[in-house]
Design a protein around this ligand. Structure first.
Ligand SMILES: [Zn+2]
Ligand SMILES: [Zn+2]
Length: 217
């Protein structure tokens, strides 16, 4: 399915991403109803459709937005800043995704889970080249619990500081190159999820190949 089943879903999706981009927070269902000129029930069913298609992630209660990748409604270990404005990055990948979506270089602040050091970088090549990111689980499992997955996609000072053995370690610079095409079009009003083949090709293009990176069908 490469498009939305309903027109409200498209309008609601765009409104969600616009508010996140402008204000660093998700809109409420009431705000979405006013912005999209929809009934509240239409907004709720559009949000469910977007959740089911992995365009957003609803909270467990189902009535508010937890994530709209690359944006997060709550702190998740990454702050992405521009002057006195900021966004919560869902993970190391999403933090670059916010730059990709907004089309600007921003400053990322996080903490190395291995040693507790504060890490601050904009986009590679400014960052120290030894910085790495751990991807905790294979691509086919990312959406089994995507909030949990993002929670563990963290930036470390170097591969020596990666304390838990699970997953794979990727250079920060490669993750940046991945985030640009993955998230660059997320604010487009007509955005729809890319077919699996296109997403797989983006991973291939940055050299992330093999069983670990194979997306679910
Ligand atoms: Zn460290
Ligand atoms: Zn993430």
């Amino acid at each position: 399915m490469d498009s939305w089943a309903t027109t409200p879903a498209q309008a609601v999706r765009h409104a969600v991403f616009s508010v996140f981009a402008a204000q660093g927070r998700p809109p409420s269902p009431g705000e979405l109803a006013a912005a999209c000129r929809l009934e509240r029930e239409q907004v709720i069913s559009a949000l469910r459709e977007l959740h089911d298609k992995h365009a957003i992630v609803l909270t467990d209660a189902g009535d508010s937005i937890r994530m709209a990748h690359p944006f997060s409604a709550w702190p998740m270990g990454f702050v992405v800043r521009e002057g006195d404005r900021f966004w919560w990055g869902g993970c190391a990948w999403d933090s670059f995704g916010i730059m990709a979506a907004l089309g600007r270089t921003l400053e990322v602040t996080t903490t190395c889970p291995g040693c507790g050091a504060t890490l601050r970088y904009s986009a590679p090549p400014d960052a120290p080249p030894e910085l790495v990111v751990r991807i905790p689980r294979p691509a086919r499992e990312w959406w089994e619990d995507v909030v949990e997955t993002c929670t563990h996609i963290r930036t470390f000072c170097s591969s020596d500081h990666v304390t838990e053995p699970a997953g794979l370690v990727v250079e920060l610079e490669r993750l940046y190159r991945l985030a640009l095409p993955w998230y660059g079009d997320r604010l487009d009003p007509g955005w729809t999820p890319k077919p699996r083949g296109e997403r797989q090709a983006i991973l291939d293009d940055v050299g992330l190949t093999g069983a670990f990176w194979e997306l679910p069908g």
